[in-house]
Write a new protein. Structure first.
Length: 192
């Protein structure tokens, strides 16, 4: 594992199997202040792919988190783990050592509160807007995003349908940051 950069990124790229080989081009051109969350369909079946993605990000000096259990992230040499909501629901902060990043997914206020209690570095609240990766999911929209995040004392990042236009719609709510998949395909800087 490369040394940990000092700042928790405000912009994130989430890998997705539907991107195919385009994922390598995105990683190659990401700005240095962007974090990457590596997701693979099956950590057991796709372990070699996950290892290659983590290594490619680390070589670039990008903060890279592995989606899934902390033990998987450690085994693959990631800077941290991104816990699915069901994993965060178990209520244990499994941070193995100081300097290991821990984020969580959340889709509701109770999930945000649980993640805050875990002491994670950030929570990705989604889906804020319609997204190609989850086309049938009920979206939060700006008003609900703002209501859910009010009074939460953990960095909340917007995820789901993030584009330059949707990011502007969230600006008054001052999310800590955002994550995206497709926005990085369309624009080297992602939503600005």
């Amino acid at each position: 594992m490369t040394s940990r950069p000092n700042t928790f990124p405000r912009r994130w790229f989430f890998t997705d199997s539907r991107l195919g080989d385009a994922v390598w081009a995105v990683i190659a051109r990401l700005p240095n202040d962007v974090g990457v969350i590596v997701r693979v369909p099956s950590p057991k079946r796709d372990a070699a792919l996950a290892r290659r993605l983590v290594a490619a990000c680390s070589r670039r000096g990008l903060i890279v988190l592995m989606a899934g259990p902390v033990t998987l992230a450690q085994r693959l040499g990631a800077h941290g783990a991104h816990l699915p909501e069901r994993e965060a629901r178990r209520g244990r902060n499994l941070r193995p050592k100081a300097g290991f990043y821990l984020t969580a997914a959340a889709h509701s206020r109770p999930a945000l509160v649980r993640a805050e209690r875990l002491g994670v570095d950030g929570v990705f609240l989604s889906p804020v807007f319609p997204t190609r990766s989850h086309p049938t999911a009920r979206t939060l929209g700006p008003a609900r995003f703002g209501l859910l995040t009010r009074g939460v004392n953990v960095p909340v990042l917007a995820l789901g349908g993030m584009t330059p236009a949707t990011l502007k719609r969230l600006a008054p709510l001052q999310p800590y940051g955002w994550g995206a998949i497709d926005a990085w395909l369309d624009n080297d800087e992602g939503p600005e």
